[in-house]
Design a binder for this molecule. Structure first.
Ligand code: GDP
Length: 233
């Protein structure tokens, strides 16, 4: 899938064409491959300290409090695998979790937390961009968006960076239970329309509620179908 910025909007990018790596996935193929094991492997304070391996990595990122840890815990069926915002000294490292012994969930630091100092934000920003440029096995990055919010500049800028860096990504709208299905769909459509002002194609989109378990099967099927395709490459 090509994900290109409209030429007329290209002025800030020096004419760069934005693409995401094609995955050739078919998320509609039901491939129930439940998560049977999820093991915390390590927390890396620097991208250079990350584990080296040859398995697919699915990274999760979003603004602090977006519900990333809750989603990782919901997907893996473990209540405390990823540390939630309520955890004192919540880690600001890159966390690797090995899933079913065959792929990784990578929990990236949350960004945009109001109480973070400028210097901390810079360190986190570097950690995230180092991950995006140095991770050899990044298969897909899931960017989490709180379904209740209007499009935020910080997320839109991050999406633009992903396009420029050619990182394949999908969007996950979180906390769907807080708005209900109709309002949730409207929020997602409004977000899509906002993206279409600048982009020619939309990334894959998922709607989840960690509280209710909504979206779990779709996400796991999606990841499983990509893993299956990677095996046959
Ligand atoms: P993180 O900072 O992105 O890891 O966010 P957390 O997973 O720690 O969640 C932040 C807050 O949002 C916590 O109070 C969670 O209980 C709450 N939260 C997360 N996911 C959901 C959800 O799906 N529904 C509801 N109602 N609350 C959620």
């Amino acid at each position: 899938m090509n994900f290109k910025k409209r030429p007329s909007e290209n002025k800030n990018l020096g004419g760069l064409s934005l693409k995401i790596v094609p995955l050739r996935q078919n998320s509609k193929t039901l491939n129930p491959n439940p998560i049977t094991s999820a093991i915390f492997v390590c927390s890396s304070p620097q991208a250079s300290k990350m584990p080296t391996h040859s398995l697919p990595e699915y990274a999760f990122i979003g603004r602090s409090n977006v519900g990333k840890s809750s989603l990782i815990n919901m997907l893996t069926g473990q209540k405390k695998l990823a540390l939630t915002s309520a955890t004192p000294g919540k880690t600001q490292m890159i966390n690797h979790f090995l899933i079913n012994g065959s792929w990784y969930i990578v929990d990236l630091p949350g960004y945009g937390y109001a109480k973070t100092s400028k210097s901390q934000r810079e360190v986190l920003g570097k950690l995230i961009s180092d991950y995006l440029t140095q991770a050899q096995q990044i298969t897909l990055l899931f960017l989490l968006i709180d379904i209740r919010l209007q499009p935020q500049a910080i997320d839109l800028e991050f999406i633009e960076q992903l396009g420029m860096m050619e990182v394949p990504f999908a969007l996950i709208f979180t906390k769907a239970d807080k708005v209900g299905p109709v309002a949730g769909q409207q929020q997602v459509e409004a977000y899509q329309n906002r993206l279409l002002e600048q982009w020619e194609e939309l990334p894959p989109i998922f709607i989840v509620s960690s509280k209710k378990g909504t979206g779990r099967e779709e996400l796991i099927n999606y990841i499983s179908s990509i893993n299956e395709q990677l095996k046959s490459v």
